[in-house]
Design a protein around this ligand. Structure first.
Ligand SMILES: [Zn+2]
Length: 105
């Protein structure tokens, strides 16, 4: 199972977070934490995100850890080290969760 997420779907035109259902809020918090952890450590081939698998939705019991990396195409891929779940996140760059330090000339 791969969950593909366009981060912009959670945002309005100004980049503000839309009104979300409780379930969507939990997923969104999980995803933004993945984005900020990966973008902070973008040069690392694999990032251990400080999240457990069961924090991505209500009623999950998997306590596996989440690992993630950014692909050359600028897509974040994440997966759980215990169960088969994985996902991709795109359109995260230049959102407020993008912590990558860019050099401004
Ligand atoms: Zn898991």
């Amino acid at each position: 199972m791969t969950l593909k997420v366009d981060l912009r779907k959670f945002l309005d035109e100004e980049g503000k977070v839309l009104e979300l259902t409780e379930q969507a809020k939990i997923v969104f918090q999980f995803l933004t934490k993945v984005v900020s952890s990966v973008s902070e450590n973008i040069e690392q081939p694999l990032i251990y995100v400080d999240l457990n698998c069961n924090t991505r939705a209500i009623d999950l019991s998997c306590e596996g850890s989440i690992e993630a990396n950014s692909t050359a195409a600028g897509i974040i891929e994440w997966h759980c080290d215990s169960c088969a779940v994985s996902g991709t996140i795109f359109n995260w760059q230049e959102s407020i969760w993008d912590k990558e330090k860019r050099i401004i000339h």
